[in-house]
Design a protein. Sequence first.
Length: 273
Amino acid sequence: MSRNAPPPPAPSFMDEIRKIPPVTRFIVGSTLAVTLPLMLQVLPGDLIIFDLSKLKQLQVWRLITCFFYGGNGLQFLFDIIMLYRNSDALESTYYNRRSPEYAYQLVLASIGILLLNLPLETIIHYRALLVCITYLASRLSPNAPVSVFGILSLKALYFPFVLVGLDLITGGPPAAAVSLTGVIAGHAWWLLEWKEDGPSHGGGGRGGVMGRAPRWLVNLVGMGEDPQTRDAQQNQRAYGGAYAPRGRGLNDGGSGATGNLHAWGSGQRLGGT
């Protein structure tokens, strides 16, 4: 008499973490690692801000940490969910099995954000990075429906500008200017690497203009997990996003990028920026 096979063990917390694509996992993990200690007042805020005078003292970690302070309160929760959803959509769909290319192009976009913010004397670049990633996701799925506060419905193409407008209302022109640098960086990224009739001659984000990821970065990041092996990959719905099935075309208005996004203001900035 045969015995029934035991049920497979439930996936552990680390198993679920490993399902997140590597670059998205790094971005979200770094945001938590930088933000939570400041939120709990374990670390002083001036240790992570972008400060040219401190960089001259070889405090080079500031070039990285200034991108990962997400503020506090509910605003932080909403923003990090939006960051995860949009980055995951880009990496799992448009950069499927090409995580090093996504990482490399994201680094170049971040350098652009740093340069654009020098005249603004911005000390935290998290919001600009979030808007940049959101902009690229919206351009790659421009017709996806987006809900703002559950009241206004519009195409994803216009959603980044809603974020800029909300930052203008809640934080004034300085906050809107910072978010606008994210739009500019995201637009340059899309124009150079994804626009079909652009300089990259066909788009696809394959480094036609911005270059390919160096070998050391490929070895460090790995190629990423095929999203076809991930659980609940089709018609996935959660707070902040609704996904179309993987593998649909770039111009069908439903692939990869988030829909049903909720727009929120710029929130509280460290040091008043």
